[in-house]
Write a protein that binds this ligand. Sequence first.
Ligand code: AMP
Ligand code: AMP
Length: 227
Amino acid sequence: MEKAFLKIILCSLLLNYVAVFSASQDFDFFYFVQQWPGSYCDTSQSCCYPTTGKPAADFGIHGLWPNYNDGSYPSNCDPSNPLNPSEIGDLKRSMQRNWPTLACPSADGTQFWSHEWSKHGTCSESVLDQHSYFEAALSLRKKTNLLQALESAGIKPDGSSYSLGSIKDAIKESTGYTPYIQCNTDESGDSQLYQVYVCVDTSGSGLIDCPVFPRGECSSEIKFPAF
Ligand code: AMP
Ligand code: AMP
């Protein structure tokens, strides 16, 4: 009798534990962040082209960042799991084209990708391993095609200014979702289109409405510099 009772208690404790841990989520959604290289390079900090040469005049990937609905985010979740470049060898050429490093001194990208994996990727490793994480980002970039979205609304990287609203509208028109636009300032202090954030479900595959937007606003007219 006593033994059976103990068994029931132990079982229910175990069930409770399993329920709590399978329901516990690492994060709520991803920001998929793309960057205009012209706006990284024309700042006072400047940039260095990758060892593979000047990147295309197109948006590059900055990162795929796990986030919480309250606006905070986890980082550096698993120091025991650094990027193993041999696991993503088949993606390297595509990453060099679509996820170019612009930091100085010139490099081949591995450092930048390792940083992104360690800081952000390890926080979604329960859903996406290293290979799937980078593959997911590459496929999101193809899916969003920001430059084409902007150009079909007449918004071109020609150094002129466009209204922030028209930029958001063009991206919404093409992707179906309102993005967050992050600006920075060029050497003469003008506000310009720097990064575009879209939100992605926890599987890393589908765009969603952003549960929360990052803080900070661009001015209402922003420059779209050439690259
Ligand atoms: P910032 O201060 O906006 O230039 O961001 C500096 C770095 O902090 C970024 O490059 C990200 O790695 C990280 N960061 C800022 N905001 C977020 C966010 N909402 N989610 C994940 N990482 C973020
Ligand atoms: P995170 O903290 O993940 O956003 O990464 C921010 C760090 O990445 C900062 O030190 C940035 O200066 C750097 N960073 C942003 N864009 C690039 C890029 N295209 N290539 C290399 N480093 C970058």
